[in-house]
Design a protein around this ligand. Structure first.
Ligand SMILES: Cc1cc2nc3c(=O)[nH]c(=O)nc-3n(C[C@H](O)[C@H](O)[C@H](O)COP(=O)(O)O)c2cc1C
Length: 208
């Protein structure tokens, strides 16, 4: 598991620079996407519901590509969130590290990847107990009589390694903003916001 070396990083470095904070934010995200649990392994992802109401749920951070400014999570292509993203790709994510007292907020544009080598690699690297969720014969969110009705009674005769593959997708978020809020020092909270244009990130301290 990739560890973020010093949890209260802003507390320990009162003169920390915007660049340092940005680097630590990416460290946090990378640690979240590495094997094992870390503060930002689970983040809350908000989309715009199809009735224009906000819609939010937990997701597991799966991949972070800092050079390309993207993060991935996985979902079922039949899910409500996938439909919402296809209708309006704007997305926001938030997470909080209660030990370090750091909040990360991300905004970007999401796309639903239903094929390609990244999807195959992600599928192959996933644990069976995660993949079993994609084998449900009825779409997520469908009303059922009993919880067991969500799962197939037995193998449907397809290659078990690929069963459900067509329902699995990557949600890839191209990040546009990144915001760090550090609450670790009482009465000296720090908040920094970074906005991306092309490959350039511009940072700014803002009032917490
Ligand atoms: C800790 C945790 C992690 C979760 N991770 C994911 C995830 O990575 N992908 C996903 O589709 N759903 C995940 N879920 C379930 C979602 O929060 C949500 O209930 C489900 O995907 C249906 O959401 P939707 O109706 O907005 O599509 C997770 C739930 C919890 C509690």
């Amino acid at each position: 598991m990739l560890m973020v070396s010093n949890v209260n990083f802003l507390k320990k470095e009162p003169n920390v620079t915007l660049i340092q904070v940005q680097c630590r934010a990416w460290d946090y995200l990378r640690a979240g996407a590495s094997d094992g649990r870390a503060p930002f392994t689970v983040m809350q992802a908000a989309t715009i519901g199809r009735s224009s109401a906000p819609s939010v749920r937990n997701v597991i951070l799966r991949y972070v590509y800092e050079a390309e400014h993207v993060i991935d999570f996985y979902t079922d292509v039949r899910s409500e969130k996938a439909a919402e993203i296809r209708a309006d790709p704007r997305i926001a994510l938030v997470g909080y590290d209660p030990e370090g007292m750091v909040q990360l907020r991300l905004e970007g544009v999401a796309s639903v990847l239903t094929e390609g080598t990244d999807k195959k690699r992600a599928w192959d690297a996933s644990r069976l107990r995660s993949l079993v969720l994609y084998r449900t014969p009825v779409p997520p969110g469908t009303s059922i009589d009993r919880p067991d009705d969500a799962y197939p009674a037995q193998s449907d005769g397809h290659d078990i390694n690929l069963a459900g593959y067509q329902n699995f997708c990557i949600v890839r978020v191209s990040l546009k903003t990144l915001e760090v809020l550090d609450l670790s020092v009482p009465a000296a909270h720090k908040r920094a916001r970074y906005s991306r244009t092309g490959n350039e990130w511009e940072g700014q301290w803002i009032v917490p």
